[in-house]
Design a binder for this molecule. Sequence first.
Ligand code: 1CP
Length: 355
Amino acid sequence: MSKLKNDTFLRALLRQSTEYTPVWMMRQAGRYLPEYLRTRTKARDFMGLCKNPDLATEATLQPLARFPLDAAILFSDILTIPDAMGLGLYFSTGEGPKFKRALHHEKEIRNLIVPDPNVHLRYVMDAVSQIRKALNNEVPLIGFAGSPFTLACYMVEGRSSSDFIRVKTMLYQRPELLHHILDVNARAVTAHLNAQIEAGAQAVMIFDSWGGALSHAAYHEFSLAYMKQIVGGLKREHDGKKVPCIVYTKGGGLWLESIAAIGCDAIGLDWTIDIGEARSLVGDKVALQGNLDPAVLFSNPDTIRTEVDKVLLSCGKGSGHVFNLGHGISQFTEPENAAAMVTAVHELSRKYHYS
Ligand code: 1CP
């Protein structure tokens, strides 16, 4: 396999020196891009896009055609795993994801099985290989999955939630049942990420979008422990290259030292923590990814530049930083403002790197 033309992102994740700070954006392909909305009309619905490798490739490449990003992320969704488990994922317009067969009864929970990623999620692996070909070694491709707890939130609630009442009731009333779901999910995520790595993903990220809704003790027992299980089971090398792994818990700023201890290469930060403080908490154990407030992109290029510089300054000199937003880019963002962020990171970060 020939050499990557731009491996800045992978080097930063491994805390090796780089000439500038690499940047990509969570949810970089998606509804804020008019070309994505046009691609979406070619499929019946969102899952139709995910299941069609040509369209998934098209959507993955769209942000890279606009902005000089240092990484691509597979166009797919974290909810493909519960869908492959038979829960019947669907999207009703304007309402986000829903499941036809949410986990309401013990029998359904005990019957859950780990899907074979190369059979039930074949379309994801086909998209990964096709995207790798289309990328032509320009930048690395990130594979991803949801954390076991974040997946369980959707599987038990049956849809997006703001209070997580069903899943938290289960956590306190039937903890062994939730542990069963989490163990199945952890095995499914491990197999899914390893299959993505074999298909060509050059780094992987675990999205724990809802772990921050848990208490201190519950986070460690019901979210972090299962991410540790996954990280321990990942293929960390493929084709003679290290495959770095990023763990992101939204709202996880208070738990950075415990997250750094699970064996991941990098921690994704939301915007609520100062990145310099995060660095002093984790030392040189892991790289950091983040952490501009996505709302900064609602302002203007000058303000964006100032806010980008604040993050870079707080992070300080040295290696081990991947610039990103603290959460996904909003669908209401002007693409020009995303461009301003990427340019600002590339231009302003050079002074923080030793050449
Ligand atoms: O066109 C549409 O209406 C669908 C919008 C959309 C898109 C573009 C969804 C539905 N998923 C995606 C793609 C997606 N999702 C990607 C790949 C694109 C990219 O990053 O460039 C990724 C990495 C995700 C990850 C994802 N899906 C997460 C974790 C990250 C996060 O934002 O916290 C979560 C929680 C989901 C669930 C999901 N899928 C879709 C939506 C709108 C949601 C969030 C629902 C909610 O807020 O509860």
